[in-house]
Design a protein around this ligand. Structure first.
Ligand SMILES: NC(=O)c1ccc[n+]([C@@H]2O[C@H](COP(=O)([O-])OP(=O)(O)OC[C@H]3O[C@@H](n4cnc5c(N)ncnc54)[C@H](OP(=O)(O)O)[C@@H]3O)[C@@H](O)[C@H]2O)c1
Length: 246
């Protein structure tokens, strides 16, 4: 993406809180007009948009359940009517589930697959026409460090396979969309500092780098993937985990 282009638009799914909110603030600080998608956290999305505007940026909260095709279509249609373009899509939504398979209900299975995989498919698919029109676009999936591993994942299988599915989605879309100037990559965190489900409260117990993942670690990788220099980088899986699960 051209650094100084003031008109660029970025959509962040699940952008009202936590990592998504950090990405919204970061991109707004770089001059992107940011669409803050939320499902239920309306007050948080509006407060974040106000904060961004207070710092001279532009932000638009947009409600949509990204697992629902109709909602996603409505959201992308709003982006189209408001800005006429979409340069960056961050597929950040992805609920976590930790449970042995024997206790996973069909409903839980569906929720995790829809949250991590179907949402990324729907949002990316609906975003493509806007990106193709400009012959340029960047799609970034937020994954999970072990996503590239074909391995057993006791107590975490459904989440793992949904993220692995999202990685195959990213790679396949990367190949299909390269002729249209669109890159698709995945950034995979290990354990983020504020995660409620950590294998241990002490990072050095299992993370070689000895600390949990900070937002800045992920934002640095995101900056690279959105830079002009990364126009040729697509279908990549970028694990940002301090050496955990590589
Ligand atoms: N936390 C970690 O340690 C960790 C580690 C590896 C990977 N990740 C991945 O990193 C990403 C962000 O995780 P996080 O822990 O920062 O946030 P999170 O707790 O997973 O949730 C962030 C937001 O996602 C939104 N959301 C959930 N389902 C949605 C839907 N169907 N439609 C629209 N929005 C929806 C929620 O919005 P509302 O509040 O508006 O309902 C919530 O604010 C996820 O993909 C996660 O799998 C996280």
């Amino acid at each position: 993406m051209k650094k100084n282009e003031a008109e660029r638009v970025a959509l962040v799914t699940g952008g009202a809180r936590k990592l998504g909110a950090s990405v919204c603030r970061h991109l707004a600080g770089q001059g992107y007009r940011v669409v803050i998608n939320y499902r239920t956290s309306r007050a948080k999305a509006e407060a974040l948009a106000e904060k961004i505007r207070g710092r001279g940026g532009q932000a638009m909260p947009c409600q949509a359940d990204v697992t629902r095709e109709r909602d996603v279509r409505r959201m992308i249609d709003r982006v189209k009517r408001s800005f006429g373009r979409l340069d960056v899509l961050i597929n950040n939504v992805g609920d976590y589930l930790e449970k042995p398979l024997a206790r996973v209900s069909t409903k839980e299975w569906e929720v995790i697959i829809q949250s991590n995989l179907t949402s990324a498919f729907l949002c990316s698919k609906e975003a493509l026409p806007l990106m193709r029109k400009k012959k340029e676009g960047r799609i970034v999936m937020i994954g999970y460090a072990p996503a590239g591993k074909l391995a057993a994942s006791p107590r975490c299988a459904v989440y793992h396979l949904a993220k692995t599915g999202a990685l195959i989605l990213a790679k396949s879309m990367a190949v299909e969309e390269a002729p249209h100037g669109i890159t698709v990559n995945m950034i995979s965190p290990g354990t983020i500092f504020n995660s409620v489900k950590k294998p241990s409260g002490t990072a050095s117990d299992y993370i070689p780098a000895g600390r949990f993942c900070r937002y800045a670690d992920l934002l640095g990788m995101l900056d690279y993937l959105l830079s002009e220099e990364a126009a040729y980088v697509t279908g990549g899986h970028f694990v940002v985990s301090g050496g955990y699960a590589i």
